[in-house]
Design a protein around this ligand. Sequence first.
Ligand code: XMP
Length: 316
Amino acid sequence: DWTAEHIIDELVSDVRTQVGDGRVLLAISGGVDSSTLGLLLARAVGEKLTAVFIDHGLLRLGEREQVEAALKPLGVNLVTVDARAEFMAALDGVSDPEQKRKIIGREFIRAFEREARAYGPFDFLAQGTLYPDVIESAGGEGAANIKSHHNVGGLPDDLAFKLVEPFRTLFKDEVREIARLLGLPDHIRMRHPFPGPGLAIRCLGAISEEKLDILRRVDDIFISGLREFGLYDGCSQALAILTPIQSVGVMGDERTYSYTAALRAVTTDDFMTAEWARLPYEFLATMSNRIVNQVHEINRVVYDITGKPPATIEWE
Ligand code: XMP
């Protein structure tokens, strides 16, 4: 009889058999897969696990604190690395989306290697690979290859660990069920996917601290609003985009010339095709009001009503 409890016991015992007394390194992204893996490994090997969370400065408002608050109390040996300055420096003046991805991927590997050496030596590298990922990489031209994702880079030989991938036979729903039993809070357990390059590909063109800060506040109003109105779980993914468009507006007696923010929400089964979410007008009106009232750098809000194809979910 299949129960998630039973699966957890089995995974814990398999991990213990595989790693023995070895030390395990894990990169935490803040998503459900790596977070759940962190909890599972903490249960299996305790302090032999080092989970590294790299804050690249492209995260959502409060995300780093949320990840820490979710994992540390449940016994995950979590190291948070503040790498914001180095990512910002590397991305300075870069506007091409694929260039941004390449740079972020490279900087991520660089920071991760440095931490691996600082806290090492490690015998194993754990990854939250799921069954669909296994199929996809076997197939070659999967969705992961359309854009260069940051989670695919290689590590140098002296960091060539043996892999621990306990979720290789599982689907996302099963990981979510395991996460529930291991005590992962729902806001992470049921979270929409968030791309590795984070807000960098939602801040169109060259990024800056100022623009990221604007986008972070807009995004937080939108995502919190979706949760507040009970609409979050009905969308597969929701995002805010900061466009480089400046347009004329009026605020009180004054003429403004400020940025346009775009909101996007989609429903999809596989992220290969998607429909724009038919969010209620009243909700959109509330979001628009909140955004222009609370984020003074924005004087215009638009909602993206394009499907995929022809548009992608992200704007970059
Ligand atoms: P698109 O924009 O191609 O996105 O329709 C499909 C899904 O992939 C995510 N995505 C990424 N995830 N690194 C990631 O980890 C990336 O570079 C990247 N680009 C897109 C996107 O958020 C959506 O869920």
